[in-house]
Write a protein that binds this ligand. Structure first.
Ligand code: NAD
Length: 498
């Protein structure tokens, strides 16, 4: 026991199926580690196919026989708003749990908890305001769109900002009237264990939300392959997305995939340099660098390259790395020793692929836990693996460019296409370049802030489909066309000739 540990932590997590906490049918469990010590601090039930079967059956019954899918929007929205209230009311506790489990700095975990509440409020508002199309053919037909929830949605989420990313799927799925089975990431299942009580107290009927903990290749795979789950919303690595795509193919499931990224930040010489440095530091070192939209490749126009590199490295080397529960901490611990080892292996590789300007391994004095110093490599060529591969940690590359076409070529030179950040005071150039960058989302003179109504998603290896606003509701809905005749129907009379 130590004083970082929130007082009310459980030591065992169960599944939540049909309104009941349950262990796995075979009694299997897995251990979850404290990322500061890498000691196990709880066990969680390890779901397998039979547990997923039970969860899907509960969700299916709630969908076919329960009130949720047919509830009027205002009533469903009322429940979603109660969920938001409950999340907001325990944001401090949620942040403390998330920080303990993931290593995310506490101030940033608090922001993510508040964002989770906002996601529910936002989708509550959307369904109340939603309208669907109707078309009239005067005197002949009325055609209208009848929107209905698809069924049981399988939601599979990653370990970075887990509670918030779960809310980003749970809120639209529930708003649309689907019932769900959630499979949280096995590295970080703690905060998801708060959902069942939140949902029950807000009035979500039993069986509408089911939660199965477990390993991706077991519980996750069983959910993807299940015949009664027509939709899978997945956020995680591109390689996992490919496996899920193949596994879902025989049943032609609906797929929404938010995958990996290696996003460029392009800084032109005419940019506001101070703002660009603040923003590109935040863009890659916030959330411990474990951020899908991290601007982890910074491309800088040659005339300001040296000045930018020096100023950037100086600031990076002053970032406060430490205990994630300390409000002064800017970078905490990475989520898991396996992930930390992967990030550190890229840092070692980087020494051969670029010029080390800051960081370069463990911070001095922090010998235990998954700490990695904010690390900056300069003069990195586009062929380098640290330039092309997603590291998902506090590591950034700096590369100079001479012309706008070269900047574009470098920006598009990787397999990913999630986000891009442009820094220039030439708006014409900014817009034109934004349109030509292969990225689902572009920020011009800004880091990653977005209105929840805008599309969210990536192109190339970064994703499939787009969520955000009504797009998310569309994914969880069938839009059925109903054609109503308003007058005599002129039908060719087959078989009526004598
Ligand atoms: P991951 O792909 O290893 O795991 C994600 C989830 O998938 C986990 O719940 C895991 O258990 C499950 N899973 C693993 N194998 C599976 C299988 N064969 N079948 C079904 N489920 C399986 O990803 P991660 O390491 O947890 O998360 C980090 C990755 O997520 C990074 O690549 C990051 O860029 C990406 N990410 C993307 C976005 C986005 O919006 N584009 C957001 C956050 C994270």
């Amino acid at each position: 026991m130590n004083d970082r540990r929130p007082a009310d932590l459980p030591d065992h997590l169960r599944h939540h199926i049909g309104g009941e906490p349950v262990d796995s049918v075979d009694g299997g469990t897995f251990e979850v580690l404290d990322p500061m010590t890498n000691e196990p601090y709880l066990t969680a039930a390890a779901g397998r196919a039979e547990d997923v079967d039970r969860a899907v059956a509960a969700a299916r019954t709630a969908f076919t026989d329960g009130p949720w899918p047919g509830m009027v929007a205002r009533q469903r929205a009322g429940i979603l708003n109660k969920i938001a209230d409950a999340v907001a009311a325990q944001d401090q506790r949620l942040a403390a749990w998330e920080t303990f489990d993931t290593g995310l700095p506490i101030t940033q975990a608090l922001g993510q908890a508040q964002r989770a509440a906002e996601n529910f409020r936002f989708f509550a508002d959307l369904i109340v305001a939603q309208s669907d199309d109707s078309y009239q053919v005067p005197g002949r037909q009325l055609n209208y769109v009848h929107r209905k929830p698809v069924g049981v949605a399988g939601l599979i989420t990653p370990w970075n900002t887990p509670f918030m990313l779960e809310s980003w799927k749970l809120a639209p799925a529930l708003a649309a009237g689907c019932t769900v089975v959630l499979k949280p990431a096995e590295f970080t299942p703690l905060s998801a264990s708060l959902w069942p009580q939140i949902f029950a107290e807000a009035g979500v009927p039993d069986g509408v939300v089911n939660l199965v903990n477990g390993i991706g290749e077991q519980a996750g795979d069983a959910l993807v392959a299940h015949p009664d789950v027509p939709l899978i919303s997945f956020t995680g690595e591109s390689a996992t997305g490919e496996v899920i795509f193949a596994r879902a193919a025989p049943r032609l499931k609906g797929l929404s995939m938010e995958l990996g990224g290696k996003s460029p930040a392009i800084v032109f010489a005419d940019a506001d340099l101070d703002a660009a440095i603040d923003s590109t530091l935040f863009g890659v070192f916030s959330l411990n660098g474990e951020r899908c939209t991290a601007g982890s490749r910074i491309l800088v126009e040659r005339p300001i390259y040296d000045e930018f590199c020096a100023a950037y490295a100086e600031r990076a080397s002053k970032i406060i790395v430490g205990d994630p529960s300390d409000p002064a901490t800017e970078v905490g611990t990475l989520v898991h020793p396996e992930h930390c080892a992967k990030v550190l292996s890229y840092v070692e590789l980087g020494r051969t692929e670029g010029k080390l300007l800051a960081g370069g391994g463990r911070p001095p004095g922090l010998d235990q836990g998954n700490f990695v110093s904010p690390t900056v490599f300069a003069d990195v060529a586009p062929e380098a693996r640290i330039f092309t591969e997603e590291i998902f940690g506090p590591v950034v590359t700096l590369t100079p460019f001479d012309t706008e076409p070269e900047a574009l070529r470098l920006a598009n030179a990787v397999k990913y296409g999630l986000a891009a950040y442009l820094w220039t005071n030439d708006l014409e150039r900014g817009h034109n370049l934004a349109h030509r960058i292969e990225a689902g989302m572009v920020w011009l003179n800004s880091h990653n802030v977005r209105d929840l109504r805008t599309p969210f998603g990536g192109v190339k290896a970064s994703g499939l489909g787009q969520e955000g606003g009504y797009r998310s509701l569309d994914f969880y809905s069938h839009q059925q066309a109903v054609h109503v005749s308003l007058g005599p129907v002129h039908t060719p009379k087959f078989g009526a000739r004598s």
